[in-house]
Design a binder for this molecule. Structure first.
Ligand code: SF4
Length: 356
């Protein structure tokens, strides 16, 4: 009896004259021979075809606040059914989800795209996030879940490292509504080589240009600031200039506090003063909506009106605790239009999660 081939045939790939299949889902562009898998461990060649082995295999599912992604200018207060598969295309030495992302095994609960969307709907989630590992590696599964989500009026978010390709951005355009692209150490070459295992951050910048020019996806930027090795202010300035010039001055940028994890337990948490310096750099470079993340209670978690300087959205951690916008998302004090998509969603108390 013929054994069942795992997963589903992948679409983001090209056949090479040497018999290998080149995967075009991410900027690694693995050229995979018969019987082997790519670096992410979840896309491999069987019978001359590239297969996505984790299609329909969900290793984690949680309902999270959208602010946890972090996303602050898209449907604030909404509940997001957040899923991931195993595997990743990056090898981050500080990864907080390393148990999932660095697992090179096909594991998880079996869920069809329809079941993913139905689960999100059942728990009253306004959106689905593809997160915890890099979603581009399971792009075809995410796309099919995303199309099912749209049928139910549910939006889709990627929490992505942005190490993508023109092909994967084209597929994103079919179903994705929002993306937060996570820089680490501001994308500085020395940092990404040493602590992520990629030769350069250039593909991330190219991905953002592609998204901006070819799609209508709402974009936010995060930058994980790692003390001593990933906190260079000039690298942050370069990133901020890019965001300002290529994505626009109203693009939200979040400087996140690093916490020691995985192989970087001998590093301390990022000093808050370092994050504040990054915030100042963003302001100097003309970015209107800059934030500090992972420091609950810090005033730079809040959104300030650029005209009258009052708090228009107050936050504590992942929760909105003050909302001073009118029904058109204008500052109630001075009428300034704040670029936030959607109204504040009232959050329910119950939470759902599984981790297989
Ligand atoms: S998605 Fe996986 S197989 Fe494809 S190029 Fe990236 S690391 Fe390689």
């Amino acid at each position: 009896m013929q054994s069942e081939i795992p997963g589903k045939e992948a679409e983001l790939c090209v056949a090479l004259p040497n018999g290998r299949i080149k995967c075009t889902a991410c900027a690694r562009y693995c050229e995979i021979p018969e019987g082997k898998v790519g670096l992410c461990g979840v896309r491999g060649v069987i019978g001359g075809k590239l297969r996505l082995f984790v299609y329909g295999r969900v290793i984690a599912g949680h309902v999270d606040p959208i602010e946890k992604k972090p996303v602050t200018h898209y449907h604030p207060g909404s509940e997001i059914f957040s899923i991931s598969t195993t595997g990743c295309n990056w090898l981050c030495q500080y990864c907080q989800n390393y148990d999932i992302s660095q697992r090179r095994k096909v594991e998880g609960v079996e869920m069809t795209p329809t079941q993913v969307a139905q689960t999100a709907e059942y728990y009253g989630s306004q959106g689905i996030a593809y997160t915890y590992n890099e979603p581009s590696i399971f792009m075809e599964f995410a796309r099919d879940c995303g199309l099912e989500a749209h049928k139910r009026g549910i939006f889709n978010i990627f929490v992505s490292n942005g190490y993508d390709t023109p092909d994967s951005v084209t597929m994103m355009g079919q179903f994705l509504d929002c993306i937060t692209v996570d820089f680490k150490g501001s994308g500085k070459q020395e940092f990404v080589r040493r602590y992520i295992g990629i030769p350069s951050a250039d593909p991330i910048f190219q991905t953002l240009q592609e998204i901006k020019s070819k799609t209508k996806i709402h974009v936010e930027i995060t930058d994980l600031i790692v003390p001593r090795v990933g906190d260079d202010l000039e690298a942050a300035r370069k990133l901020c200039r890019f965001v300002h010039d290529e994505l626009g001055p109203d693009t939200p940028i979040h400087f996140l506090r690093f916490h020691p994890d995985y192989k970087m337990l001998d590093f301390e948490s990022t000093p808050v003063a370092t994050l504040e310096k990054h915030y100042e750099v963003a302001k100097q470079e003309g970015l209107t909506y800059s934030y500090i993340g992972n420091v609950p209670g810090h005033p730079l978690e809040d959104t300030y009106c650029p005209e009258c300087k009052k708090v228009v959205v107050g936050r504590y951690g992942f929760y909105v605790d003050e909302w001073n916008l009118d029904d058109k998302n204008r500052c109630k004090n001075c009428g300034c239009q704040i670029p936030i998509t959607g109204k504040l969603h009232a959050r329910k108390k119950s939470r759902f999660q599984f981790l297989s």
